[in-house]
Design a protein around this ligand. Structure first.
Ligand code: PSU
Ligand code: MN
Length: 299
């Protein structure tokens, strides 16, 4: 198996220039067409405008790609045979020459393989509601419990059991810091109702935290940087759509890796695009902050 790099990522890895890893599941399974492609392109532009190189990660026809060209981004956005790959799926997809978008877990894994230390996503996976019966807990958590990466997100998706997810982050010794906030964000909402112990005021402070983790050898796990969206969804609308989505998932017997895409799609449809707008803002703002952090790390 070989890893394929885009020209700009190969050059940046060689010269030590700042790089931001970007996941592809958001593109293939998190956002509807056609905005998924335009957002993927725009997010890469934002990373470049902030002085870093974007490395969108995916597997195309068996090839593990770190950095996608515009044709490859189109394939991830538009092909109907793109699977959703977590860490355990990577080898199968690669060996059997299939294609897949990578989740937070799988993207972090590949970023770690090639030495990329900063990652921007939308919202982390976590403990699902009712997990005490379904055992549905995202592989994102296990991955972040053993990979050294700084991941910028808008908290965990509000479709999850946020309190339980925070407890798991603590158990796994995953670092957690708010960006200009003491409220843990709830993805579509700026405040999930849970407080954060630590906050940082700038990308420079976050870079200092990353460097201190290395010195103190507390960098065997991830650092989650929680960056709240500026304009949240209307709360009562959010709560109503969440309730109908959870009921719909239960009624239709949606389980496993299909739960998250199902609920995101339900949100986008039921809110007539309001959640999509917020989701896009989240990804853009996280990418800008991640690029600023990657740049600050090189100083
Ligand atoms: N954040 C988004 N949209 C998404 C996801 C995150 O804004 O589609 C994806 C990420 O790839 C994350 C995955 O890793 O959802 C979690 O899926 P699961 O709950 O099945 O582990
Ligand atoms: Mn799951």
């Amino acid at each position: 198996m070989s890893i394929h790099y885009s020209a700009e990522v190969a050059a940046a890895l060689k010269s030590g220039a700042p790089i931001v890893a970007l996941e592809s599941t958001i593109i293939s399974h998190g956002l509807p067409r056609p905005s998924n492609l335009s957002v993927a392109i725009e997010v890469e532009e934002i990373v470049r405008a902030h002085g870093a190189v974007p490395a969108t990660i995916a597997i195309l026809d068996g090839l593990v790609c770190v950095g996608l060209d515009s044709d490859q981004l189109k394939e991830i956005a538009n092909r109907d045979d793109i699977a959703k790959a977590s860490i355990r799926d990577l080898a199968v997809i690669s060996a059997l020459k299939s294609s897949a978008a990578t989740t937070v877990a799988a993207t972090s894994h590949i970023a770690g393989l090639v030495g990329i230390k900063v990652f921007a996503t939308g919202g982390l996976g976590g403990v699902h509601r009712g997990a005490n019966e379904s055992f549905d807990e995202s592989a994102d958590l296990g991955a972040l419990g053993k990979l050294d990466i700084a991941i910028v997100c808008a908290g965990v998706k509000s479709i999850l059991d946020v309190g339980a997810t925070l407890e798991r982050l603590e158990t796994l010794s995953i670092g957690l810091v708010g960006y200009k906030t003491n409220a843990f964000p709830g993805f579509y909402l700026t405040d999930s109702g849970f407080t954060l112990e630590h906050r940082a005021e700038s990308a420079t402070e976050i870079a200092a935290i990353i460097k201190a983790r290395r010195e103190l050898k507390t960098d065997s796990t991830a650092l989650v940087v929680a960056n709240p969206v500026e304009e949240e969804m209307d709360r009562s609308r959010h709560d109503a759509i969440l309730a109908s989505g959870l009921a719909g998932a239960a009624a239709q017997g949606i389980t496993g890796k299909d739960v998250t895409p199902f609920l995101l799609e339900h949100f986008h449809t039921a809110s007539q695009g309001e959640s999509l707008k917020v989701n896009i803002e989240i990804i853009k703002s996280n990418s800008a902050l991640a690029a600023d952090i990657a740049v600050a790390l090189t100083k």
